[in-house]
Design a protein around this ligand. Structure first.
Ligand code: FES
Length: 97
């Protein structure tokens, strides 16, 4: 869905609401982020996690596991250069989603 397609009736999940989607204190992707010690300054991290969850949901709906090519499609910028840890965390988080 594109931002322009959102209607007043749609629900938008933010990073604060993400754990509520699984009824836990933290979403599995957030747990993986902590396990992999991804964050540095933290500025980009909510967007990185939400993009990760969306990408994993997309590939799961397609009936397959996440690949490096899928991870290449996530274009969020991290000025701290945490990309290697982000990719590890996404793969780990995907195992528990
Ligand atoms: S952790 Fe600093 S911008 Fe990504």
């Amino acid at each position: 869905m594109r931002v322009g397609d959102i209607t007043p009736e749609d629900e938008v999940t933010t990073i604060e609401g993400l754990p509520g989607t699984v009824g836990q204190d933290l979403h599995p992707m957030q747990e993986a982020w902590l396990e992999e010690d991804v964050a540095r300054c933290g500025y980009c991290q909510p967007g990185q996690i939400m993009a990760a969850v969306a990408k994993v949901r997309q590939v799961t709906e397609e009936g397959r596991d996440i690949t490096d090519a899928d991870l290449d499609e996530i274009r969020n910028i991290c000025r701290c250069g945490t990309y290697t840890r982000i990719r590890r965390a996404i793969k780990a988080g995907a195992q528990n989603m």
